[in-house]
Design a protein around this ligand. Structure first.
Ligand SMILES: [Mn+2]
Length: 371
């Protein structure tokens, strides 16, 4: 059986950090003057505010949800603010749904929220201008906390803490809670632990010493029985249907595996299947796409030796959609809506050709994975 702890994460927003080896900050990061963040000053600026709305990237993953939960706890323990978590898209993956249910994460669909009720707006695990969140376009942001490379728009937020050298946004938020000596309740500790675990594949993927330190701090506080229930959720029939389709449709072009899943029951399924196919012994690159409603979602995975998934995804998608990712994981969404599987197949073939071209694999022999 595949290791079901593997998670898509931080899709769209690019990030980079080495295996336990923090990389130097990017030029863009230091040029923007981001990184000298003071938590005490950040919290002081929030005095007198009443209602905080916290956004994550759409179809949030455990890192986004853990960071949002942690930020809510932080501000509610240190300021007068009450925080609300805004859900853009859906929580689809079974582990992520189990996390929401078992840890009682209070998500409110973004479309039912009246943003005028909130005097303070935050986003975690994403940034303004990435095209992967449901942020209101007409509001200035107060708080941006992320571990993807800094974007210019983010610097406008008074509380802008972006650390691309870290493996997870939840690591940053846990550091805040520790800096202010705020006790963690079991559900929050479990959420942060699961967030970091799934984001880094148990510290094996793009984790740093900060994530290891977070693990050691959290382990005594985590409910490991709950953790097991989240990590090993019961799976719906549609998961096995999608798996069956994925295995039958997957094609091998040398060390590149590609699959079009057709209509999918939830957007992050493309990332889940891409993770699964990367386990294939010949795989160095996996491209997976599918259609959720009228939108095409794309996921790319690479082996750690090919750490340029985010860059490849941005080249693949170009101006046709929103794209980004980490060194070995990336995601994207095409802007043009499709109404038929034929349109999806055309878009997919275009992406496959571009990937083969970008990786110098044009002309590689093509075989079905099975049969
Ligand atoms: Mn993340």
């Amino acid at each position: 059986m595949p290791d079901r702890r593997k998670q898509p994460s931080g899709e769209f927003g690019p990030s980079s950090s080495g295996l336990f080896t923090p990389e130097p900050r990017t030029g863009a990061h230091s040029d923007l003057g981001i990184g000298d963040f003071s938590l005490t000053r950040g919290l002081e600026r929030l005095q007198g505010r009443r209602d905080l709305l916290i956004y994550m990237h759409d179809n949030p993953d455990p890192d986004a949800m853990g960071a949002a939960m942690g930020l809510k706890h932080l501000v509610e323990c240190t300021t007068e603010l009450r925080a609300t978590l805004a859900l853009g898209g859906i929580v689809g993956r079974a582990e992520n749904r189990a996390m929401v249910e078992r840890l009682k994460i209070p998500l409110i669909p973004a479309e039912v929220l009246n943003t005028d009720h909130f005097d303070t707006i935050a986003i975690v695990d994403s940034q303004p201008g990435t095209g992967n969140s449901s942020l209101p376009p007409d509001r200035d942001l107060d708080i941006v906390i992320d571990h993807h490379p800094a974007r210019e728009e983010s610097a406008r937020a008074a509380w802008c803490d972006i650390r691309p050298q870290l493996g997870a946004t939840s690591t940053i938020v846990l550091q805040y809670l520790r800096e202010k000596s705020i006790p963690l309740h079991t559900n929050l500790a479990t959420a942060l632990f699961y967030a970091i675990r799934s984001e880094t594949r148990d510290l094996g993927r793009e984790a740093t010493a900060a994530e290891r330190d977070a693990y050691l701090f959290l382990i005594p506080l985590v409910d490991h029985h709950l953790m097991f229930r989240i990590q090993q959720p019961k799976l719906p029939r549609q998961y096995y249907e999608a798996l069956d389709r994925a295995l039958r449709q997957a094609e091998v072009w040398g060390d590149v595996i590609t699959v079009n899943l057709g209509a999918i029951p939830y957007p992050d399924l493309v990332a889940e299947v891409a993770d699964l196919l990367l386990d294939y012994e010949a795989a160095q690159f996996v491209l997976c796409c599918g259609r959720f409603g009228k939108q095409i979602f794309v996921s790319l995975r690479t082996e750690p030796t090919q750490r340029r998934a985010g860059e490849l995804m941005r080249q693949l998608i170009g101006s046709d959609g929103a794209a980004g990712g980490h060194g070995t994981t990336a995601g994207g969404r095409l802007f043009v809506p499709v109404t038929s599987d034929a349109d999806l197949q055309t878009a997919f073939e275009h992406l496959v050709y571009r990937l083969l071209d970008l990786t110098g694999r044009v002309g590689a022999p093509r075989f079905p994975l099975l049969g």
